[in-house]
Design a protein around this ligand. Structure first.
Ligand code: PHE
Ligand code: ZN
Length: 879
């Protein structure tokens, strides 16, 4: 065995500008599954104006020839190693021609040029272009691209790249070619090529300034009838970006291609987005309402990148949040404008707290702009994306909508066509507002979730309420000491009678506003509100105005008061969540000595919500009635006791289902009447509440309500209803579950995305037989490690969403996951490393489980030739 050499981290502090620019690149592809020839011609200009040594990036390429200004280079004029082609004394201006070959069919990493169901496609972010040809594969090298694609006409009638089609034609031997030119300079990570037998859905968009843009969605012919929703979403996104930000699309053609094998959700390549089919296809019989919303969101996200990412891109990969945080914020704004703003905010906050907070509290914690990395692919994280979006949202909150928009305008005007840093973004915000945002910049460099504590004191003699805030951030790996941050806290005061009270700070004139933003910048600060007759209930951190853990001294009665009266919908939901979380955590601490029961006040509050007199938005009601997520609760326990957690959640659900039988059933029936089977927001909301009610009913009284779920499964033609019914039937493990699971597979075995749901559903059933069930499912003919969606459906769901199964006492779940991570690592390291992150939580469990998880991490680390991706996650997890 060779000694393990540890890959060195790359550091932000070591950033140096590139030694040269490429004015233009012309790329010629002769496509073949086993030997694709790529000829690259680079117009080079060194920055110094003098000859330079040039180290081009390249991986898994077969070098055929190099010429400089038409002169072939001899063997002693360059060096090649596993990662670079080094050219010595390259003239200050010259033309380099490099011919390489690659093998798309053997590409299982799905980076660079690969084949997905016979379709050639590319994935170049972050560092995939170097698997296509030798290049300066870094985002601050922006180049104009001319592309020629040649392929077999019969198997590849469609040939696509970025920009505009400028020519093409037939060749001898049944081959043909196409020429593409992208007028916009771009970094290599935005390059794309697609070739294959694809069906096309066409439409168009007329921009606000009257330009006509052709819209083309490409997919397998069997799936093209599932593209209409994506097309609608695209048109809505284009309109929205014009209305909300004044940003128009800039080419005459916008293309999206869906492929089945894809490592992430989708990719914003200039003018040619490439999507995982799971983020593109939607039809009501095969996709859930959640899928519809996800498709809409991701189509919008990738489209919005055309400005926040493509026109203005990142200087280096440490700045990833510059484009991702901003674009997630923009897609959140879009979705909240399309649907219910409150429900959208709740969903986003739940995701943040369940996933990003957990990441921030573990061994993989990093600031939204990391200072170093071993493998950049490991940094497409909840922190960079979702916390990054929260940081942009805080700027929006601090500046207000109008100044924020001015800041965005200035940012795009200043930096259009260039590769910039997070400082450039915040500077634009500082310049339009005149505000000092230096302390705010700490959000970019400091990891960990800040904790904000607030206590209150009411002085009845002066009619004043003082809120005293303190902030602190726990240490994270490599960052022991933390500094205070600039934190916007949106607040309101709710009077005894439920009225929103005007907020007047001591020393200020009354303005009559009932909501305002307090700004924390110090470790300890207090604010005194005056003009109050009686002690109000403070509503703090409205809309979750900052990504912090809030600890307040609100009592149960205060929370019940807020749940009833707070004008801020988010905080009404938050009040219900806090009440439930408190009760669940207490019950877990008492278990197993005492039978856990939700308290009567909570049940009563749920009952009032169900009766529907207070809340109009049915999806909001469903969210508010739902118990907090497992991960959110787990974060509040010093040691995660999976068995106790499972027992408590189950008992809570059973009790709610039994005690609220009448209002749940009434809600079920009235929602079924409102549900018209469409995907309008109101119909989706009705189904959300309907299916939440069904789940409670069936869990509460399985024998009594199993038939209701069975009939919903059989009678509905909508995937949302079918899958909800099936999930609950499989979970209670009654008479119908097994046979309906079989029925489901039989119906949908030819729809890969539905088969993923079938795998995920079974991987997520929380019971002690899960490791064996998952093991058996891996033997199913439809299972393959080669498809990331399938791996995520089965192994991702099992390891992330099946607490008692994955963490079973004998370690069977851990062994299974580690076996598969090891098997996958040599094929697709990115997906392997991502699966591995669950083991990073090992410190949160009891000693026995800690030991077992740790030894699996050690086992993985000892694998000879382990990828950089998995090495980084495993070693940091143990560190
Ligand atoms: N840039 C993509 C997005 O967030 C994500 C992605 C990263 C896709 C890396 C593929 C590879 O929109
Ligand atoms: Zn993105």
């Amino acid at each position: 065995m060779s000694p393990t050499t540890h890959p060195e981290p790359i550091r932000l502090a070591d950033y140096r500008p590139p030694v040269c620019e490429f004015e233009e690149i012309s790329l010629d592809f002769v496509l073949d599954p086993d030997v694709t020839t790529v000829t690259s011609r680079l117009k080079v200009k060194t920055r110094s104006g003098a000859p330079e040594t040039l180290a081009l990036d390249g991986r898994e390429l077969t070098l055929k020839s190099i010429k400089i200004d038409d002169r072939p280079l001899g063997r002693d004029e360059f060096q090649v190693d596993r990662e670079h082609l080094t050219l010595i004394d390259v003239p200050s201006t010259c033309l380099i021609e490099i011919v390489t070959t690659i093998a798309p069919r053997l590409n299982s990493a799905l980076m660079g040029l690969y084949l997905s169901n016979g379709i050639y496609c590319t994935q170049c972010e972050a560092e995939g272009f170097r698997r296509i040809t030798y290049f300066l594969d870094r985002p601050d090298v922006m180049t104009r691209y001319k592309v020629r694609i040649e392929a077999d006409l019969a198997s590849c009638p469609v040939l696509l790249s970025n920009g505009n089609p400028v020519g093409g034609g037939k060749l001898a031997n049944g081959r043909h070619f196409a020429l593409w030119e992208d007028p916009f300079r771009k970094p290599a990570y935005l390059f794309a090529l697609v070739a294959g037998d694809l069906a096309c859905l066409e439409d168009h968009h007329v921009t606000r300034s009257g330009r006509r843009v052709a819209l083309k969605l490409y997919a397998d012919s069997a799936a093209i009838d599932q593209c209409a929703h994506a097309m609608d979403s695209l048109k809505r996104s284009m309109r929205w970006d014009e209305d909300a930000y004044g940003l128009e699309y800039d080419l005459d053609l916008f293309q999206i291609v869906g492929v089945g094998d894809f490592n992430f959700g989708a990719m914003e390549n200039k003018g040619l987005n490439i999507f995982n089919t799971s983020a593109l296809l939607a039809r009501t019989d095969t996709s859930t309402d959640g899928d519809f919303q996800q498709v809409e969101r991701i189509v919008a996200h990738e489209y919005f990148h055309n400005w926040s990412g493509d026109r203005v891109t990142c200087r280096d990969w440490f700045q990833l949040t510059l484009k991702e945080g901003l674009t997630v914020f923009r897609d959140q704004q879009f979705s909240s404008d399309m649907h219910s703003a409150a429900v959208k905010r709740i969903a986003d906050v739940m995701l943040l707290r369940e996933t990003q907070f957990a990441e921030d509290a573990g061994p993989l914690a990093h600031p939204i702009r990391p200072e170093s990395y071993v493998e950049i692919n490991n940094f497409y994280t909840r922190t960079v994306y979702e916390k990054g979006a929260e940081v942009v949202r805080m700027l929006h909150t601090l500046l207000g909508a109008e100044l924020f928009r001015k800041g965005i305008d200035l940012y795009f005007a200043r930096h259009d066509g260039s590769a910039v840093t997070c400082e450039d973004f915040v500077q634009a915000m500082a310049d339009v507002s005149g505000r000092d945002l230096r302390r705010f910049m700490r959000w970019y460099s400091q990891a960990g979730t800040p904790e904000v504590r607030v206590t209150r004191e009411f002085d009845s003699s002066t009619g004043s309420l003082t809120l005293e805030f303190t902030q602190s951030t726990p240490p994270t790996p490599g960052q022991q000491a933390k500094l205070p941050l600039h934190i916007p806290i949106r607040v309101g005061l709710v009077g005894r009678d439920g009225q929103a009270l005007p907020l007047q700070l001591a020393g200020e004139n009354a303005k009559g506003e009932t909501a305002r933003v307090l700004e924390l910048t110090e470790e300890r600060q207090s604010f005194t509100f005056v003009g109050l007759d009686a002690a109000p209930v403070p509503s703090i951190l409205r809309g979750f105005s900052a990504p912090v853990r809030l600890r307040s001294d609100l009592t149960k009665d205060d929370l019940l008061h807020l749940l009833k009266h707070d004008e801020d919908a988010f905080n009404r939901w938050e009040a219900a969540q806090s009440l439930a979380a408190e009760a669940i955590v207490q019950a877990i601490r008492m278990s197993p000595q005492r039978q856990p029961v939700p308290d009567a006040d909570l049940i009563q509050a749920y009952s009032r919500l169900l009766e529907g007199s207070i809340e109009q938005d049915h999806a909001f009601v469903a969210r508010t009635l739902s118990l907090p997520g497992r991960s959110f609760i787990a974060q509040q326990l010093s040691v995660i006791d999976v068995d106790a957690m499972h027992r408590v959640f189950k008992t809570f659900q059973e009790t709610i289902g039994r005690e609220l039988e009448a209002p749940l059933l009434a809600a079920y029936r009235s929602m079924a009447r409102i549900d018209d089977g469409s995907t309008r927001t109101a119909a989706m909301a009705a189904r959300t509440l309907k299916n939440a009610a069904l789940a409670y009913l069936v869990i509460g009284q399985p024998a009594k309500f199993e038939p209701l779920a069975v009939s919903q499964y059989r009678q509905s033609s909508m995937m949302t209803d079918r899958l909800s019914a099936l999930r609950i039937l499989a979970e209670i493990d009654g008479a119908a579950g097994a046979s309906l699971l079989e029925d489901f597979y039989g119906r949908w075995q030819n729809e890969p995305l539905v088969v993923n749901k079938w795998f995920a559903l079974q991987a997520g059933i929380e019971d002690y037989k899960s490791p064996e069930r998952v093991e058996a499912l891996m033997q199913h003919p439809a299972f393959t490690l080669a498809n990331p969606n399938r791996v995520r459906a089965l192994l991702g769901t099992f390891s992330m969403a099946n607490l008692i199964g994955f963490h079973r006492e004998d370690g069977a779940g851990y062994r299974l996951l580690a076996d598969k991570v090891i098997e996958l690592d040599s094929k697709n390291a990115q997906v392997a490393a991502r699966l591995l992150t669950t083991f990073g939580r090992w410190r949160r469990f009891d000693l026995h489980r800690q030991q077992m998880m740790k030894s699996q991490l050690e086992r993985i680390l000892a694998v000879p030739g382990l990828s950089r991706d998995s090495y980084e996650i495993a070693s940091k997890s143990l560190g």
